[in-house]
Design a protein around this ligand. Structure first.
Ligand code: ZN
Length: 293
């Protein structure tokens, strides 16, 4: 499942193809994604301009000139690809010729920029939904999301307050999208390692009795930001399905310090620990029992 860095990478790939461009034609080849696309999906977009392409947690949000917002989610196996229409001017490194793996191209946007943007999703857990911009605050997909970890409103004080009194583990707390948005299994493991905090530690221990942040909360916020920025810089992690929009692989999986490294040496300088795998809430956690306390 793509996490924040993978979705941000996709956003950056789509931006030059979509922002400022009109939907010249919208093809819906299969409308039965995670939920059915609205019957008027194509009609509502056709002829309208994308005025901005943003991201909220793991959602892509395209602002449309009709005062609608197109919400897109990659699900488990969704990917966007940008192709160059024959004869159009190249708009950057995200362009390539359209290939012939089109069987799972469920939605295709023909943009006035000359770009063809395909949404390909073999397992069809991805989704698209158009909502009016003035209804966005009430949108159920978005309204309970916590702060963006790379945004200004996320800091140690906010994180500590959200964790105050919480008995579940730090691992579980960081996966809770209401506490902080966009993190999944990989980046939670990596952030906890950078912060030298055990994934089993009880969440409330990053705050004092009043809910004020202690030094652990500061380290954790730094760890989260550092790992996300590093991963975005590498185009995200390609473990299964993630691709950049030009078909290239993200490279951050080569820089994992603990994730998927059971039995290997800890990468903390001076630490001789061996990475251990445990199961928390039914999912694998990787950590170093020596330097993560
Ligand atoms: Zn270690």
């Amino acid at each position: 499942m793509p996490e924040l860095p993978e979705v941000e990478t996709v956003r950056r790939g789509l931006e030059p193809a979509m922002e400022g461009a009109r939907f010249a034609r919208v093809e819906v080849n299969r409308g039965d994604l995670r939920w059915p696309l609205a019957k008027d999906f194509a009609r509502r977009l056709t002829g309208k301009t994308v005025t901005g392409l943003d991201r909220r947690a793991k959602y892509l949000l395209a602002d449309i000139s009709s005062d609608d917002v197109l919400i897109m989610h990659l699900g488990m196996s969704g990917s966007f690809h940008v192709f160059e229409e024959k004869g159009s001017k190249a708009l950057g490194r995200y362009y390539r010729e359209r290939s012939n793996h089109a069987a799972h191209d469920h939605v295709v946007f023909h943009m006035s920029s000359g770009a063809i943007v395909t949404f390909n999703d073999p397992r069809r857990f991805g989704s698209m939904k158009i909502v009016a911009r003035d209804k966005l605050d009430a949108e159920p997909l978005l309204k309970n999301l916590g702060p963006e970890p790379l945004g200004n409103e996320f800091d140690a004080a906010k994180l500590a307050r959200a964790c105050k009194g919480k008995k579940p583990s730090l691992k579980a707390a960081l996966l809770d999208q209401r506490i902080v948005a966009g993190l999944g299994n990989i980046y939670v493991c990596e952030a906890l390692h950078r912060a030298r905090l055990s994934p089993k530690r009880i969440a409330t221990t990053i705050s004092d009795k009043t809910g004020a942040p202690n030094e652990r909360a500061e380290r954790l916020v730094e760890g989260i930001r550092a790992v996300l920025n590093a991963a975005i810089g590498d185009g995200g992690s390609s473990l299964r399905d993630h691709r950049l929009t030009d078909g290239e692989l993200g490279m951050f999986q080569h820089h994992f310090r603990v994730y998927d490294r059971e039995g290997e040496r800890c990468r903390t300088r001076g630490c001789h620990g061996i990475v251990k795998r445990i199961v928390q809430n039914g999912r694998s956690t990787f950590y170093c029992p020596v330097c993560q306390k």
